[in-house]
Design a protein around this ligand. Sequence first.
Ligand code: XMP
Length: 529
Amino acid sequence: MAAENSGQFVAVLDFGAQYGQLIARRVRDLHVYSTIVPCDITADELAAMGPAAVILSGGPASVYCEDAPRVDPGVFELGIPVLGFCYGQQIMAAQLGGEVGHTQKGEYGPATLVRDGTSMLLADTPSEQTVWMSHRDAVTRVPEGFRVTAHTETCPVAAMECPRRRLFATQFHPEVRHTTYGNQMLAAFLFHICGLEPTWTMDSLVDELVADIRAQIGTSSVILALSGGVDSSVVAALVHRAVGDQLTCVFVNHGMLRAGEPELVEKVFRKQFDVPLVHVHAEERYAMLLAGVTDPEEKRRRIGTEFWKVFFEEAEKLDGVEYLAQGTIYPDVIESGARKTGGKASTIKSHHNLIPFPPGVHFDLIEPLDHLFKDEVRALGLALGLPETMVYRQPFPGPGLAIRIIGEVTPEKLAILKAADAIVREELDAYNARLFEQTGERNSEHSCWQYFAVLPDIRSVGVMGDERTYARPVIVRAVESSDAMTADWAKLPYEVLSGISSRIVAEVPGVNRVAYDITPKPPATIEWE
Ligand code: XMP
């Protein structure tokens, strides 16, 4: 990344913090690029990366533990400003000659911070303010040269600093929204203390990424599996901006996409962007492949394997393609335990191994989004001119509607589910839009995060216009979540549920009943298969 090359960035040393990613996010929100590196990075490696600032994250360890993670002491001698949060403050104090002890009681949640004397870090914040605490250990004596700049009722050293050495730390978490002035503290660190400029914007990012992609691909050709999902769509728009028609997108239509999706992909990529697009109509091939299959895992396996088969059949028809572009994003990289650090040889375990290259076939991967968080990817998509409907598309599983049809997938069931699902999405898109208007937040507490219809493999009795029916029920699933790891069913207003129910039974032939799934995850999962 050019931001890394220019030294205008922050390295976050990750001590296993619950809020580690959040720190990097907050810094980027202030338009300074930030990257997460392992806490055991050596001072030499860090110096080779050349960040303008270092932040030590919190972490679950106690500085007393024998195997407590430590900072290479050389890091404090590099002359680069360092800011520590929570464990980051404790380890800074412990390693520089201060003392850390157990406070009488832990401190969790909001606390009132009282400032003591002058502080460069807290300069733009009031003398009393609310901060977010989450700790048991705390600094009891600051290292020589440091001064205490704030305390709370239970924590005598809630913040400390040594301006001469440009070392700063807080026991609380400025990165958490509940710390009212957290952003001002981060801004003071980045702009006043480190002298950084807020130059990392979406437009500058587009320029950087385009330049990087051009340099990497040169005059070669590149191929991309376009699913219509956010990540692959943004990569397509970006790589096309960089190398134009050297990019070919292959859109494998397996027939289990939601109503209107193939048309949207065509409209955006063929008409709006004029990208060379191969639309592979594999609907019949998939219908045959799934005939008679009822086991969820077998459905997934067949769909996944076939996808790459179809993709590589198309890829092999194209001449001279050397690169395959992928929409890997930063959380994928972080979660796979792999990190890129400028000082080390790239240890990134990218998703090569997830792509089943056929024997004798190989492409080099390009993953231009692998430093970006999901909402940065969305912002990038908007900056590239992708429509909001695509950029804010909710998560959709690779196997598509096949895993929302319980039992065998048949054309009749697929038609029912597509129609019912379109109604659920229309109604809840409208509900979310109303909430967005009221709150200004796209993912406000009450908006649903993912919503769809499920078709179980049963029929039930009903009565419609004096006639007995024996037809299918549709299950509505709508959940609130932030990361899909846990989820709760959305407490939708009755009139919204009622509107969905009336429309489905009135508009979708073959359906006489609608049920709402009120199970959280766990114990259920979001999807039904
Ligand atoms: P579950 O059902 O495990 O889903 O609670 C969690 C999130 O993952 C999505 N999901 C998938 N996404 N391929 C995907 O790309 C899949 O096979 C798949 N299965 C589930 C699901 O929609 C939810 O957002």
